[in-house]
Each structure stands twice: as C-alpha cells, then as structure tokens.
Design a protein around this ligand. Structure first.
Ligand SMILES: NC(=O)c1ccc[n+]([C@@H]2O[C@H](COP(=O)([O-])OP(=O)(O)OC[C@H]3O[C@@H](n4cnc5c(N)ncnc54)[C@H](OP(=O)(O)O)[C@@H]3O)[C@@H](O)[C@H]2O)c1
Length: 148
C-alpha cells in the first residue's frame, strides 16, 4: 500500500502557525480533494478540530497519542492512503511513508508547527513529478518517492 504524506508548507518548512490554526492560506485544496477522493485519510486530533475542508467520500481516521502507526496502517485494505497532518502525525507515520506530496507556498512564518517536529531519522527522496496548482502565483505540488 502506498502511504502518501500530503501537505501545504511554507518556504521555511512550516505547516501552521499554531496547532489550532485552520489552514486558510493553502491554495491546493482542489488538488487535495481530487487526489485523496476515495482513499483513507489519516489525521491527528488537532487537525480534525481545525479542518476547513469537506472530507466526503473518504474514510476518515483520527489518531491519538497512544495509537500505533504500523497497526493503524495494517488494518487498512486500500491501494493507497494519505497522511494529511498535522506535524505530530506526519512524524508518527514518517517511518512508513512511501511518498510525499508537498506544495510550498510563498510565505515564511519564522516559527510555528514544522512539517516534522522531532523527527528521529532523515528521509531520502527521489523526485517523481511536479503538478501545477497556480502557475501565476508560482505554486506547484512536488511529488517524491521515499527511498529506503
Ligand atoms: N499545512 C497543511 O497541509 C496542514 C495539514 C494538516 C494540518 N495542518 C495544521 O497542523 C496543525 C495541527 O498539527 P499538530 O502537530 O499540532 O497536531 P496533529 O498531528 O493534528 O494532532 C496531534 C496528535 O499528536 C498527539 N499528541 C498530542 N500531544 C502529544 C504528546 N505530548 N505526545 C505525544 N503525542 C501527542 C495527539 O493525540 P491526542 O488526541 O491523544 O492528544 C494527536 O494524535 C493544525 O494547525 C492544522 O491546521 C496543516
């Protein structure tokens, strides 16, 4: 099963200013919907509280601190699933990621929630492709395969 991290990030690697921030600055919601439709989406409890998008048509799995990432993934029967955030959840699932879909946005927060807070091991990536989100604003989604 493909385990795909999907995130909108700032140019300094943040995904939110605070853990209770609803993400209104992301320009890739249409693409997010298209790519995740029909597949399980896994999120942390903070993200669930801040969700600004409809997740109709997708199995929604909310995880908590005592949940085990390997077990959660082992229970799924799907060709792929998406890890949709936030930072603590991206870090929890980092050892199991097969792909990362990142959309850098032209903003810098300077502080806030990092894509991977407290990541233990480096991740090596191979570029696959770039998908246009908003050409005029220079916003593209970069897709990578995780190399292990
Ligand atoms: N830019 C993007 O693409 C994007 C995508 C998704 C989310 N976000 C943003 O990310 C932010 C949320 O991220 P987040 O990292 O705060 O939360 P999160 O990953 O959504 O949820 C927190 C997770 O960590 C657990 N947790 C909380 N405190 C913990 C602790 N002390 N030790 C271990 N586990 C703990 C929670 O479990 P419990 O339920 O047991 O507390 C929950 O599973 C929001 O602002 C959201 O809008 C941005």
């Amino acid at each position: 099963m493909k385990v795909i991290l999907i995130a909108a990030i700032t140019l300094d690697g943040h995904i939110a200013r605070r853990s209770d921030e609803a993400i209104t600055w992301s320009k890739d919601l249409k693409l997010f919907k298209k790519q995740t439709m029909g597949y399980p989406v896994i999120m942390g409890s903070n993200t669930e509280k801040t969700l600004a998008v409809e997740l109709k048509g997708r199995e929604k799995i909310v995880i908590h601190r005592n949940d085990n990432a390997k077990e959660i993934l082992g229970e799924l029967d799907a060709e792929k699933c998406f890890i949709i955030g936030g930072g603590m959840t991206y870090t929890k699932f980092a050892p199991f990621l097969t792909h990362m879909y990142l959309t850098p946005h032209p903003i810098v927060f300077g502080k806030g929630i990092q894509l991977f807070p407290n990541l233990k091991e480096e991740i090596s990536l191979k570029f696959i492709r770039k998908v246009t989100v908003d050409k005029a604003d220079g916003i593209f989604q970069f897709q990578y395969k995780v190399i292990r």
